[in-house]
Structures are given as structure tokens and as C-alpha cells.
Design a protein around this ligand. Structure first.
Ligand code: PEP
Length: 260
């Protein structure tokens, strides 16, 4: 089963809905200029909730070759949960992807593997694809226990998800010390953990799930380092923060294959 790489731009809390339309259009024009081939690398924008309707309108209206999604979701379906957004609401807007368990949600909102697992299940039940984030903080890396730490997180976030669903979802390995810091893990660091995650998936969910699941690397990915990271066999794409806010830079990341 061939895995199409997924390059997902996590805009975080940047761009209002007017700016979002501008950035999406700029990205689409740049990709067109570069002769982008979507079947070789999938491009997605992961935007703030308030941008989704506008981004959907421009992408669907102009048939742009971009997927879009959200940065978080509620574990509840509806009701008295002020400020929450349900998976069904995101599915109704045609979101394809929903990021769950980003390290900023873990750090600033105390999200646990158990909660992230519940969110991922809601995303799947609503017919969307979760991008489930895992990754170690610097102290864990320094202690040399990053692989077992990330595998414990992976076990927790995938708990109870059927193997055929695991085959279709996305796991983003993001070492926290490399997010927004300019510090990039080496391609070998990325491969070490992405390979271990795939090994765990094979053991716990079977070979088919391991062959299908897409495992991204995330942490200060740029046009200048993406090619070497993507050359690793178990890296199936990137979750990109800062560099996804510049159309030209993100387009080059999406089109890493032209250099590879
Ligand atoms: C991220 O937000 O997931 C991320 C990887 O950010 P950056 O690319 O800016 O390090």
C-alpha cells in the first residue's frame, strides 16, 4: 500500500478569516506556478476555527488542490460546553483533518493521552481523519528515554481504535524541543522514533495497519531541511508550523519531491 505524503500546515492562532482567504489563494497560485502534482504529496491547511468556513468556500468554490482541517475538537457531541466545537460541526464544514493532542494543547490545556484518544475517536466517528500528535520534551530526550516515552504516548492515544481505522489515520511525531525553536531533529532522530512508532503499530494492530498509517515529523521543518527528512523510510510527511504561514516556503515544502 503506497502512502501519499501529507504536508499539513498548522497555522496555530494566526490569520483572521480575511487573511486566511488571501493565504490560501496565494498558496494555490504558487503551487500552480510550480506545477504541483497532488498525487505525489498531499497539501493541507489546518486553520483556526473562525477561518474554516471561508477557507472551505474558497477551496471548494475554486476547486483548489488543498485539504483543510481544524486544530482541535471537543470530546462532547453537543450541549452545555461553552466554547467547545463538536466533531459533527467540523464534519459539516467538510474538514478532512483534525489535529488532536498538539503539544501546545498538552502543555497549556493539560491534555492527556486519554483525552486525546477520546478526541481522536470522535473525529473518526464523524468521518474525518485525526492527526494525532506525540513527542517528548527536552528532559526526556536528554535522559535517553524518548523512544519508550513516545511509544507509551502512542499506545495511549491509539487505545481501542480498530486496526482498519489506525491504517487510515495520521500520527505526527513532534519532539517538543524542536517546535518553533529552530532546533530540528536530525533525519536519523526523526527516523528512529517514526520507525519505532510504525513497529509498535505493527505489533499492536497488525502489518496492514502499519503499512497504511502515515507518520509525520514536525518541528521547525523548512524548505531547506524537508528533503533530507522526507528521505527517511518511515517519515510520511510533515506537520509544519511557522513555515506554513509563508505561501512560497510552504509550497516548496509540499513539493519536496521535485528535489528528491
Ligand atoms: C507545529 O506547530 O506543529 C510545529 C511543528 O511548529 P514549527 O514548524 O513552527 O516548529
Amino acid at each position: 500500500m503506497a502512502r501519499t505524503p501529507l504536508m499539513a500546515g498548522n497555522w496555530k492562532m494566526n490569520c483572521n478569516h480575511v487573511e486566511a482567504v488571501g493565504l490560501v489563494e496565494q498558496l494555490a497560485w504558487t503551487l500552480k506556478d510550480f506545477k504541483y502534482e497532488p498525487e505525489r504529496s498531499e497539501a493541507a491547511v489546518i486553520v483556526p476555527f473562525t477561518d474554516i468556513r471561508s477557507v472551505q468556500t474558497v477551496i471548494e468554490g475554486d476547486r483548489l488542490p488543498l485539504a483543510f482541517g481544524a486544530q482541535d475538537v471537543s470530546v462532547y457531541d453537543s450541549g452545555a460546553y461553552t466554547g467547545e466545537i463538536a466533531a459533527g460541526m467540523l464534519a459539516k464544514l467538510n474538514c478532512k483533518y483534525v489535529v488532536v493532542g498538539h503539544s501546545e494543547r498538552r502543555e497549556y490545556h493539560g491534555e492527556t493521552d486519554e483525552l486525546i484518544n477520546a478526541k481522536a475517536k470522535k473525529v473518526i466517528a464523524a468521518g474525518m481523519t485525526p492527526i494525532i500528535c506525540v513527542g517528548e520534551v527536552l528532559e526526556v530526550r536528554k535522559a535517553g528515554i524518548h523512544v519508550s516515552h513516545v511509544l507509551t504516548q502512542t499506545k495511549g492515544v491509539l487505545d481501542g481504535i480498530p486496526a482498519e481505522q489506525v491504517a487510515k489515520l495520521v500520527i505526527a511525531y513532534e519532539p517538543v524541543w524542536a517546535i518553533g525553536t529552530g532546533e530540528v531533529a536530525t533525519p536519523q532522530d526523526a527516523q528512529e522514533v517514526c520507525g519505532a512508532i510504525r513497529g509498535y503499530v505493527a505489533e499492536a494492530f497488525g502489518e496492514e495497519a502499519a503499512k497504511g498509517v502515515r507518520i509525520q515529523y514536525g518541528g521547525s521543518v523548512k524548505a531547506s531541511n524537508v528533503v533530507e527528512i522526507m528521505a527517511e523510510p518511515d517519515v510520511d510527511g510533515a506537520l509544519v508550523g511557522g513555515a506554513s504561514l509563508k505561501a512560497d516556503e510552504f509550497a516548496k515544502i509540499v513539493m519536496f519531491y521535485t528535489v528528491a
